[in-house]
Write a protein that binds this ligand. Sequence first.
Ligand code: SF4
Length: 373
Amino acid sequence: MIENPYIDTYRNTQTITRTFNALKTLSKNLTKPLKIMEVCGGHTHTIMKYALPELLPDKIEFVHGPGCPVCVMPKNRIDCAYKIASQTDVILVTLGDMIKVPGSYGSLQNARAKGFDVRFVYSPLEVLKIAKENPTKRVVYFAIGFETTTPMSAALLERVVALGFHNISLHCNHVLVPPPLEAILSAPDCQISALLAPSHVSVITGSQIYRPLLEKFKIPIVVCGFEPVDVGESLLSIVQQVLHQTPKVETQYARSVTAQGNLKAQELVQRYFELDDNFYWRGLGEIPHSSLRLKKKFANYDASILFKEHLDGIAKEEHKGCLCGEILRGNKKPFDCKLFGKFCNPQNPLGSCMVSSEGACAAYYKYQGIRPA
Ligand code: SF4
């Protein structure tokens, strides 16, 4: 009996079997193998949870992408958060998984164990309550995330300004989806044949943001929902596009995504944020115009200016043995990492991909356990 048509329909065993059987039949006509990057960590988890790689035809392979906001956050940004948290009379606030990612001085969880006031929230608006209860403290919201969460930070700022809070600042680490994809697809050795585009981001931005990527790289791009049937249908669309040589931007997740996206949210973001010159990505290095910063007229609320003297000179280095960077570029998989399972696990993560609930290493660990012999 179907109880929730928005979920059960897309998890139905018969439909999954039928879709992947159709994919197997259709893919016999492929003349070369396809590497399909699922950009979003949410898709990685669906793929591993439902063991979808086992249903794939031989000619199709998934590679994981840079769409997990915690995973792409480099160590130097975590070090910035740690430094800010260590200042007198500061309360550092961030979203869930971020507090577990290791930095050079330790994670934000370690900072809290040392006695610094670090808190995590489910909604940025909780910052208002914290600031109201602590009028003598500076509350710094360490804002992370792709286009999905930026409107929430903008909504926080709107209230901060309207309500006249003077003890709230924002450390902006909001990043954009298309620039890292462009960087990955531009690499001379890139073998990615198609993209499963992220759906939460696309709800806000609309599927239109992928058009420049289509025009430049001429590969199928399908905005895909988060259930196994969504993934199967998206793969069918990709194979059809490849066979007919008609690459396009298609929205499989049409129950939530439109071409234009959420115009109100986009307008709210534009009111407070602008493109930053550069952002240093974990595994991808510097990518120009790939992140956002606060507009100059809101500089009073910008923690990167307020704490500048403490943040200057923080090094941009990653853990030497960790393959997160290679995984985020689609070049390696979690089982390729020698540290996987043994030295790096969710209880003791060495890299961000093992921390986040959207991380590829966390997905492999949760659904496949330790590395196969
Ligand atoms: S298993 Fe750990 S160390 Fe290895 S790539 Fe994943 S997060 Fe990095």
